[in-house]
Design a protein around this ligand. Sequence first.
Ligand SMILES: NC(=O)c1ccc[n+]([C@@H]2O[C@H](COP(=O)([O-])OP(=O)(O)OC[C@H]3O[C@@H](n4cnc5c(N)ncnc54)[C@H](O)[C@@H]3O)[C@@H](O)[C@H]2O)c1
Length: 293
Amino acid sequence: MQDFNNKVAVITGGSSGVGRSLAFALGGLGAKIAVGDVDKAAMEQLRSDLAARKIEAIVEHCDVTNPASLNALADKTEATFGGMHLVFANAGISAGESGAMWEYSQKDWQWCFNVNLWGVINTINVFMPKLVAANQEAHFVVTGSGNGALLVYPDQPIYTASKAAVHAITENLHYQVTAAQSPVRVSALFPGPHVVDTGLFNSGRVRPQDLKKDVEGNASGISSVDDMKKMAAQWGIELQTTHPDEVAQMAVEGLRNNAFWLLATTPETDEKIRARAEMILTRQTPVANMVGA
Ligand SMILES: NC(=O)c1ccc[n+]([C@@H]2O[C@H](COP(=O)([O-])OP(=O)(O)OC[C@H]3O[C@@H](n4cnc5c(N)ncnc54)[C@H](O)[C@@H]3O)[C@@H](O)[C@H]2O)c1
């Protein structure tokens, strides 16, 4: 997609972090923005910040775990802007798990899979039929994570598992629209190349009451990128970070090239991906990689 002017972009989880940066990047190129999110305070802030930049936008309460809520976002977007050209299935959380997975609460698994996996499935089910029926140039972008899609980091098994499934779905979606000869393109967005400085490590702020943590002692103790930096420093690692605006810029460039992989890596990550492939091909026993190491 070369021209974003007057295109309509729907962004789930768009009131913070990567989604918020996407809203400003695309809005700055003339796109109309429809954000769905559950964080009331962040949504209020986003509304006024978008208005200050004169970006045409709606910011709606939309819980991606609930198909009816996504349908309402789709209806509101169509009623306001007449249709949509870009859909970002971006909402995601980290349940903040830590320690042995056999001691986790079911609620950690449920919340993470509800948002990260079912959120993507629900977004596909609500928006893909509309994009395919419109039969025009359009993009469906899924925010995945290299942690799960490309590598298996050992410290967040629930998150990693959810993102492994999300990537399998994204790649299959791409195969299916291609086979259907639809003009809709599918892309996999990987925020990075480093840990992205967003609210992801403080997802507990939007955790539903009925799925609150109920097991003592499995909280990672990390609630911000600064906390991650401090923890990494204890292991002698200087953690690099990426600003979400850089991720949005990388995504826009990739969309201009109709790229499937919206993926920025470092030579170190490339080496880990190569080593992983080699490990499988030579049947070596896996050895844990650490984030940022
Ligand atoms: N930050 C990173 O380093 C990183 C790395 C890889 C992938 N990601 C992915 O990027 C995406 C965006 O996360 P972020 O890092 O910008 O974090 P963030 O917390 O800043 O943004 C996530 C947004 O999703 C919203 N959200 C949470 N539950 C929701 C629900 N049920 N319905 C609708 N919205 C909901 C939150 O309110 C928030 O606005 C996620 O899918 C995340 O897994 C992030």
